[in-house]
Unconditional design. Structure first.
Length: 106
């Protein structure tokens, strides 16, 4: 039995962990899969006579988990007032003031 650790930077949520585990457990020779979205890594125990480490990483690459995740960058702010740095003032509702502090009413 051998182990391989694969970095998967695009695995960022629990539903991705489930998909990765399903993909790898379907391979012949894979004994166990430990996937962590927090560490963005997968630890696989496998039988080298039945499956190669390259096949394991290939399945993850084909699914798109080994590539860095693309993050969109917003180049323009939607609100013109924020770009101009103008002064903004908000008004608190009197009912909210009446219900706050020591005089909280339930």
């Amino acid at each position: 039995m051998e182990k391989v650790i694969v970095d998967v930077p695009s695995m960022y949520a629990d539903h991705h962990v489930l998909v990765v585990r399903e993909l790898l457990n379907d391979l012949d020779g894979v004994e166990s899969v430990y996937a962590s979205s927090a560490f963005k890594q997968v630890l696989v125990q496998y039988d080298p006579a039945a499956v190669q480490a390259e096949a394991i990483t290939g399945v993850l690459s084909e699914a798109g988990y080994t590539k860095e995740m693309q993050m969109p960058v917003q180049s323009k702010l939607a609100d013109v007032a924020w770009r101009q740095g103008t002064f903004r003032m908000t008004q608190t509702c009197q009912a909210d003031l009446d219900m706050s502090g020591e005089f909280r009413k339930f």
